[in-house]
Design a protein around this ligand. Structure first.
Ligand SMILES: [Zn+2]
Length: 393
């Protein structure tokens, strides 16, 4: 899929700019028109950390005319292993200020806008409105969902990336032309289920691998060249040195960008959204939760179980537990899943982390499958404790 350029060209390039960007100008697909589009582009980087560092630096070097930096954090010594936009002498300084200084040093033609604030539901719409394109380098789910929702509600594309240890992912979410983040990840994992880079570590150079994909896609969107990463998820494994891309379809049932959206404005509290499981689900899960290892033992013993994966097809395609049948959670909520369940087998449900499967478990138990269980920690636990060779997401 090719898309029209996101940005109109600037009126002209100065003589200095022509000299500076000559290696771009002689690429036929970029040329003068493409470089003028870059000059006219307004790009906001959310976060001046691991992913924000390479993205800001290469977007600046590429000649993006207006670059916004939003970060309220301060440079810490432990950032320097990967956040290469900051240096030793920046320790203790505001990240947004330090990043802006590096951007100006790389390219004085760039107009840098510093947002030295935390991105919140009160300011996100205002801040995003001033930009053509958002590059998301955040490291927490609450902000990620907020960035997605704001971008979809404003009709803006954004380039998303995420990193953990040796694994990275990237995609372009643009609801007008493809799926949004919620189409891929309808629900956040419960707090504590997915370790952050601060807890689990990250290979420093992984930031460059994923950040460079993000910059690449940003430039393609601005100039309208190539095949953008819309509707595709790029998955990078640094240990295997493998990139693969998985098709991500727009979910017609997506609560935000689907046919009948129920989320039509920002949520009041994204932290709360990223922490909730209903009381009903909690009750159903009590005493009916097995571990991934227990599931493996059941399978190895040849127990008569019916294993159901309640995630979405996109997720199932990325990684699934052997033997699992896909029946998305929505089918449990609307009741249509029940007729697909055998009466003579023990029902075992799982999802990514255990939140959605607990919700489905409540439905299944109410329907009389009293010995049904779900897998605590879901696929993530399976990967961790049974088969670490599987890709994670
Ligand atoms: Zn969506």
């Amino acid at each position: 899929m090719s898309l029209p350029p996101l940005v109109e060209p600037a009126a002209e390039l100065t003589v200095d700019e022509v000299r500076r960007y000559s290696r771009h100008l002689i690429i036929p697909d970029v040329g003068m028109a493409g470089q003028k589009r870059l000059k006219n582009a307004k790009v906001l980087c959310v976060g001046a950390g691991g992913l924000g560092s390479p993205t800001l630096m290469y977007l600046a070097a590429a000649g993006v005319g207006t670059l916004g930096v939003i970060d309220f954090d301060v440079v810490d010594e432990s950032n320097l292993q990967r956040q290469v936009i900051h240096g030793q002498s920046d320790v203790g300084k505001l990240k947004a200020e330090s990043a802006a200084a590096t951007v100006r040093e790389i390219n004085p033609h760039v107009n840098v806008i510093i947002h030295n604030v935390a991105l919140t539901t009160d300011n996100v719409m205002d801040i995003f409105s001033g930009y053509d394109l958002i590059v998301d380098g955040t490291d927490n789910f609450a902000t990620r969902y907020m960035v997605n929702d704001a971008a979809v509600l404003l009709g803006k594309p954004y380039v998303w990336g995420s990193i953990y240890r040796f694994d990275g992912q990237a995609s372009v979410f643009w609801a007008e032309h493809g799926p949004c983040y919620r189409c891929l990840y309808p629900e956040p994992p419960p707090p504590g289920m997915v370790p952050s880079c601060a807890e689990g570590g990250v290979l420093g150079v992984l930031c460059a691998s994923i950040g460079s994909i993000q910059v690449n896609e940003a430039i393609k969107l601005i100039t309208g060249v190539g095949d953008p990463l819309v509707g595709r998820l790029m998955i990078y494994d640094a240990l295997e040195m493998k990139y693969r891309d998985v098709k991500v379809r727009k979910d017609p049932e997506c609560v935000l960008c689907g046919k009948n959206p129920t989320v039509t404005s920002l949520l009041e509290n994204y932290e709360a959204f990223c922490g909730v499981v209903s009381d009903e689900a909690q009750q159903a899960a009590q005493g009916s939760t097995i571990t991934a290892l227990e599931l493996k033992e059941m399978q190895d013993r040849g127990d008569d179980i019916f294993l159901v994966d309640v995630r979405e097809p996109n997720e199932y395609e990325i990684v699934s537990i052997p033997g699992a049948v896909l029946i998305p959670k929505g089918e449990f909520i609307n009741g249509s899943a029940l007729e697909k369940l055998p009466q003579d087998k023990k029902i075992v449900l799982h999802c990514k982390s255990g939140a959605r499967s607990a919700e489905a478990l409540a439905v299944v138990k109410n329907a009389g499958f009293s010995d049904a269980v779900h897998v605590g920690g879901g696929v993530l636990s399976w990967i961790k404790s049974v088969d670490p060779s599987l890709p994670t997401y």
